[in-house]
Design a protein around this ligand. Structure first.
Ligand code: SAH
Length: 342
């Protein structure tokens, strides 16, 4: 019989699995805390469990942890990028960033991505597979353990489309905010999506209170479809309707990411159109000068250009900030994460 991926079980499922083995209930909480609070990667680390009990756990379960295949530290800003090895030899990348308010990690939700955005490195070669909740959690635990830090914020903005791996994403969000685990407040968790409309409604209905980030990148359908094939399936109107529902249902402000690509979506006219589209909404726009990825041929814009674009939005009543580029020397910036070593 295949062993159970124990780190993907929530506390009530683990309790069920443990009592089914004839063990007392409190053992489940101990084991859960070992994995999710203390970051244990094997049963031998669980020193308050007897040898016999540990052997029984080895017989029934497996802990999928992330192995550090490669680690790069930026000399500009101490951003750290990991290439993690998964149990089956696949790889994902994660990035740890230090901010004034604490440490934030950008995690991957899939090995690769199927969404096909024209500027993004993660989608080259498609999606190999989705990650289990334990593999998404494992990125956070492995980084904490390696750096000896406590991570306070998690953004699902790494490789993959989290809402294309909805069930495991949801499981991850519940478990990372569980008080028996890292207990990270939902306010400090962000999910970024290219716009899988039905899943935005589902996420709103979960009432988790996590921050929703929507990758918009264009305010007009033909333009957005050129950059983001997902727009052919769900167009801007339907997307914004779902976003409004998210705002109404959760009361949370939504973030829009807008990656500026030279000659594609960066004119003053584009900025005005964007302002008209978002006017009056409880939202915030994050402008990102595109990080160049050699295969895509997309060219970036300079700082003055980004500031002008921002000024148009602000003059028209839309709140906009410019995303700081971190880890530029280690290919750790938005859209540069890949499933292989370079
Ligand atoms: N699939 C999700 C999660 C990825 S988040 C999503 O689409 O939102 C990564 C963010 O970086 C997204 O907003 C994405 O559109 C953006 N991005 C992708 N490639 C980029 C690049 N080369 N330069 C700047 N931003 C990029």
């Amino acid at each position: 019989m295949a062993k159970v991926d124990i780190a993907s079980l929530n506390l009530s499922e683990l309790t069920q699995a443990i009592t089914a083995l004839g063990l007392p209930k409190y053992r489940a909480q101990q084991i859960y805390q070992w994995i999710h609070k203390k970051g244990a990667v094997n049963f031998d680390e669980m020193t308050n469990l007897s040898k016999e009990l540990r052997a029984q756990l080895y017989d029934n379960f497996v802990i999928f942890s992330c192995g550090i295949e490669k680690k790069l530290v930026s000399c500009y800003d101490n951003t750290v990028k990991y290439l993690f090895r998964l149990y089956d030899g696949e790889f994902v990348e994660s990035v740890v960033m230090a901010y004034k308010y604490g440490y934030s990690i950008c995690v991957s939700s899939q090995v690769g991505c199927n969404m096909g955005c024209a500027f993004c490195a993660s989608t080259i070669g498609g999606c190999v597979r989705s990650l289990s909740a334990s593999e998404i959690l494992g990125q956070v635990y492995a980084a904490q353990r390696d750096l000896g830090i406590r991570i306070s914020h998690v953004v699902m903005m790494g490789m993959g489309e989290p809402l294309d791996n909805y069930e495991q994403t949801l499981r991850f969000l519940h478990m990372i905010s569980d008080e028996n685990g890292l207990n990270i407040s939902a306010r400090n968790l962000s999910v970024s999506t290219c716009g899988i409309v039905p899943r935005i409604y589902d996420l709103a209905n979960e009432k988790l209170g996590v921050t929703l980030s929507v990758s918009l990148h264009a305010a007009e359908d033909a333009q957005r479809s050129r950059l983001m094939p997902v727009n052919k399936r769900w167009q801007i109107r339907a997307l914004l309707q779902a976003v409004r529902y998210y705002i109404e249902t959760t009361g949370r402000r939504v973030s829009f990411e807008y990656t500026l690509v030279r000659g594609q979506n960066d004119s003053a006219q584009d900025a005005k159109r964007l302002a008209a589209l978002l006017g009056g909404m409880l939202c915030h726009v994050n402008l990102i000068p595109v990080n160049e990825v050699s295969e895509t041929g997309m060219k970036t814009v300079d700082q003055t250009h980004v500031r002008n674009f921002q000024a148009v939005l602000q003059r028209n009543g839309v709140n906009a900030t410019i995303r700081r580029t971190l880890g530029a020397d280690i290919n750790a910036s938005c859209g540069q994460l890949r499933k292989t070593i370079r």
